[in-house]
Design a protein around this ligand. Structure first.
Ligand SMILES: NC(=O)c1ccc[n+]([C@@H]2O[C@H](COP(=O)([O-])OP(=O)(O)OC[C@H]3O[C@@H](n4cnc5c(N)ncnc54)[C@H](OP(=O)(O)O)[C@@H]3O)[C@@H](O)[C@H]2O)c1
Length: 253
């Protein structure tokens, strides 16, 4: 896979899967625009990427749920590189609670981050992707298709994202733009830590999830990054509207 001269914008690149994807693509010589809210973390990842092939990423500190920030993300990327080839909509949050113990605050935060911001960024990026005949990779989750009880807003945000992927793939296919998603099962990142799980609770959760997986091993961040890279590359030029599960086989159960 060759990303020479390809401009790739990754949201949520200051941590977890977005950071792993930025590092993976920097090794393939991609020109990166990386987005996150926590400036020190974003700068750390930018430096790490720069050390791989000497290409300095454009690091944009921004909140994807703010309309003006979303506009600035696309504007600064185009001003800096003059084009956009790949949009990776990865930034996401989880909020716990089912219908009996949820709140509208959780609903708004999760939906604004996981689907509204994706809608807006994709809308703003589309003209540039049409021009470059580029592509989009959305980072969804198996929670979008596998019902579960603990994170209702998160689950439905990812179900919406999967349908968004397919609808936009259909709309943009005549323009030569492909749209796909990766749908991981559990990967150890900061996602659950950020909702306040202690190390002990997290360890228990991980042991439970991994024990339940047919492959009995946790999915690693760079495996997800490799799948994102494949879907963003010319190797997948006939693939659009697809959702790729990477979950150690857990949805087989
Ligand atoms: N880990 C898993 O098990 C798993 C499984 C399936 C799907 N996913 C999906 O993978 C994606 C990445 O999650 P992760 O596991 O890598 O979690 P993570 O380590 O918590 O990273 C989340 C990233 O999203 C960014 N982000 C969140 N809200 C943002 C906002 N409003 N504006 C800008 N950036 C924002 C964070 O930036 P800051 O930290 O700088 O705020 C961070 O870079 C999410 O869409 C998640 O749903 C994760």
């Amino acid at each position: 896979m060759d990303f020479n001269d390809k401009v790739v914008l990754i949201t949520g690149a200051s941590s977890g899967l977005g950071a792993a994807t930025a590092i993976y693509l920097s090794k393939l010589s991609a020109k990166l625009a990386i987005i996150g809210r926590k400036d020190p973390n974003l700068k750390r990842i930018a430096l790490y990427c720069e050390k791989t092939k000497g290409l300095k990423p454009l690091a944009i500190t921004a909140d994807v749920t703010e309309d003006l920030d979303a506009e600035r993300i696309i504007k600064e990327t185009i001003e800096h590189y003059g084009r956009l080839d790949v949009l990776v909509n990865n930034a996401g949050v989880i909020g716990m609670g089912g219908i009996k113990n949820s709140s509208m605050e959780t609903y708004d935060k999760v939906m604004n981050t996981n689907i509204r911001s994706v809608y807006q960024l994709t809308m703003l990026a589309a003209p540039h992707l049409i021009q470059s005949k580029g592509c989009i990779v959305n980072v969804s989750c198996i929670a979008g298709t596998k019902p579960s009880t603990m994170a209702l807003a998160y689950n439905i945000s990812k179900a919406a994202l999967d349908h968004f992927t397919k609808c936009v793939a259909l709309e943009l296919a005549p323009d030569g733009v492909r749209v796909n998603s990766v749908n991981p099962g559990f990967v150890k990142t900061n996602l659950l830590k950020n909702i306040g799980l202690s190390e002990e609770q997290l360890a228990l959760f991980v042991a439970n999830v991994v024990g339940n997986m047919p492959l009995k091993k946790a999915v690693e961040g760079d495996e997800v990054a490799a799948l994102i890279a494949f879907l963003a590359s010319d190797k997948s030029k006939s693939i659009t509207g697809s959702t790729y599960v990477i979950d150690g086989g857990i949805t087989l159960k």
